[in-house]
Design a protein. Structure first.
Length: 249
């Protein structure tokens, strides 16, 4: 900086004194530059500062499928698909807040599955199964912005979590013709918790509105450890979310 001042005939005793005593912080350096510029005051554009965390809320539609697998009559049941609302809240943790490309997302979600199964053995003998499942999930995902523009972002991500479920309806029954009352049959017990894996892709508009698609699968089974049969469950969700700003005012 002193060499620049000498080259431009701006070196003075005051400048030399100030340069030798400066602590090389913005305030002191600004005074030196002002002297080189003939006393013109400098103005600095305020830089954006970013928080490491951002709060999010989301809502959407959950579509899920379920079936029994194995060697018992339960395998013959054909279940309808389930469609229900889904909600989640959570926060994003930015690995590098000013860049915002890699995000660690933690969220708590809720949705309900409701399945109805039928197995027609003969004209007057039918098996039915009604299953309802309420689930609260705690999920952790890593998201990466493949396109990281200022007003549009496209991301992919993967993660997993732990689901806690209860089953207010778990009824297996048979009807032998219309006049006959339904006869209750064996219904398997379901686990209260399950481990999940999830993948997602989506986009963010103007750093505020997020649209995403998620695929979820269960590691293992939902039912308890029966030897004759198991089950298979999967779900997909379309979500729209609001992202609170991570910029400091």
């Amino acid at each position: 900086m002193i060499q620049y001042a000498i080259q431009n005939n701006a070196a003075t005793d005051k400048l030399f004194t100030l340069a030798t005593r400066t602590s090389y912080v913005q305030k002191d350096l600004a005074k030196i530059v002002e002297l080189i510029n003939g006393g013109n005051e400098l103005t600095f554009e305020k830089a954006d500062h970013y928080k490491k965390n951002r709060f999010i809320i989301q809502a959407g539609v959950n579509r899920s499928t379920f079936k029994f697998t194995g060697t018992t009559d339960l395998v013959g049941l054909q279940f309808t698909k389930s469609y229900s609302p889904a909600f989640s809240v959570g926060f994003d943790h930015f690995i590098k807040p000013a860049v915002g490309k890699v995000i660690l997302r933690t969220e708590i979600s809720f949705h309900t599955d409701k399945f109805h199964g039928e197995y027609k053995k003969i004209n007057t003998w039918q098996d039915y199964y009604d299953l309802k499942r309420n689930t609260i999930g705690v999920n952790l995902s890593i998201l990466t912005n493949l396109y990281n523009g200022s007003s549009f972002k496209f991301f992919i991500g993967a993660g997993g979590g732990l689901n806690f479920s209860n089953y207010p309806e778990n009824n297996h029954y048979t009807i032998y013709g219309e006049p006959t009352p339904a006869a209750t049959k064996f219904a398997p017990h379901f686990n209260a918790s399950s481990i999940t894996l999830a993948g997602r892709a989506g986009c963010v508009l103007r750093n505020r509105i997020e649209f995403s698609f998620m695929c979820n699968g269960v590691i293992g089974r939902l039912t308890e450890n029966y030897t004759a049969y198991s089950d298979k469950y999967s779900s997909q969700q379309l979500r729209v979310g609001y992202l609170f700003s991570n910029r400091k005012k």
